[in-house]
Design a protein around this ligand. Structure first.
Ligand SMILES: [Zn+2]
Ligand SMILES: [Zn+2]
Length: 279
């Protein structure tokens, strides 16, 4: 069976930790390479892992700056940068960029701010931009490998955040596919995410806060709240805490989470890799 590998590219909340990056995750499955989110400084770390021209797609959870802004230098690099060693994609080929509803207008506004909106900008020309349907299923495959197994499916569920945000479930194609990776993106504790996370082999949840939001959660969670959500979901094999500031020692975050979740718990670090369902 083909392994589904997750590489953490960026896991900082809002502002990159020293030497780190904001939210970004690389998925590798056979010949398929997909980037989820593209926060500030993630491109520097991504380029140590893969030539971005060799990505098959980028999928964006929501339109906050800490999940999107390195799309800007990526656009410049794809457009003006020199070819790099092992490039397998033709320079004329556009990189698929899947954004949530409203993403096209967001990108157009960003291009207008950067290059002026007086003309029809080709700022995002290196990308084939499409808004995904959060109620639908996205299938991404490698265009250079004919093996039917080399596809990944992406499903979505709304989180509780300050703007519309989608949690993302990644699996191989088929009925009852394994393994299952769930990326909670940014969220306060919410039933839609709990239900979505059920049975995940690996569950990535944010752990932005030191103390829970009061009187009601609105957009983020603590390590303890993440662990509680993982337990309430049921069947979660491993919890990966991410999207954190870095002022709290990882061992403290894990200790807080340990009180509410019995399974393996890790704190994400840039470049860490996980074989989903195997460790
Ligand atoms: Zn956010
Ligand atoms: Zn964020």
């Amino acid at each position: 069976m083909t392994d589904l590998q997750l590489t953490v590219i960026g896991c900082s909340a809002a502002m990159p930790r020293p030497g780190g990056a904001c939210s970004s995750y690389l998925l590798t499955y056979g010949a398929v390479h997909v980037l989820m989110d593209c926060g500030p400084d993630s491109l520097a770390i991504l380029r140590g892992q893969i030539n971005p021209r060799n990505l098959d797609a980028i999928v964006i959870s929501h339109l906050h700056a800490d999940h999107t802004l390195d799309l800007v230098p990526l656009a410049y690099g794809l457009k003006y940068g020199p070819p790099e060693g092992d490039e397998r994609k033709a320079r004329s080929e556009r990189l698929a960029l899947f954004v949530p509803p409203g993403g096209t207008a967001f990108l157009k506004g960003l291009a207008g701010a950067l290059e002026g909106s007086g003309h029809e900008s080709d700022f995002w020309a290196p990308f084939a931009i499409a808004e995904y349907d959060p109620e639908g299923t996205l299938v991404v495959g490698s265009d250079t490998n004919a093996a039917p197994a080399d596809y990944l499916t992406f499903r979505f569920a709304p989180t509780k955040h300050y703007i519309p945000c989608q949690a993302i479930k990644i699996t191989p194609p088929g009925d009852n596919p394994r393994p299952v990776l769930v990326y909670g993106a940014d969220s306060a504790p919410v039933e839609s995410l709990t239900a979505f996370a059920r049975g995940a082999d690996l569950l990535i949840l944010e752990a932005t806060l030191d103390t829970p939001e009061t009187p009601v959660p609105v957009g983020h969670m603590t390590p303890r709240q993440a662990a509680t959500l993982a337990t309430d979901a049921g069947g979660v094999k491993r919890l990966l805490l991410s999207h954190y500031w870095g002022h709290v020692p990882p061992e403290t975050m894990i200790a807080e989470a340990r009180a509410a979740f019995d399974g393996p718990i890790s704190v994400a670090t840039e470049r860490a890799t996980y074989i989903v369902g195997k460790e």
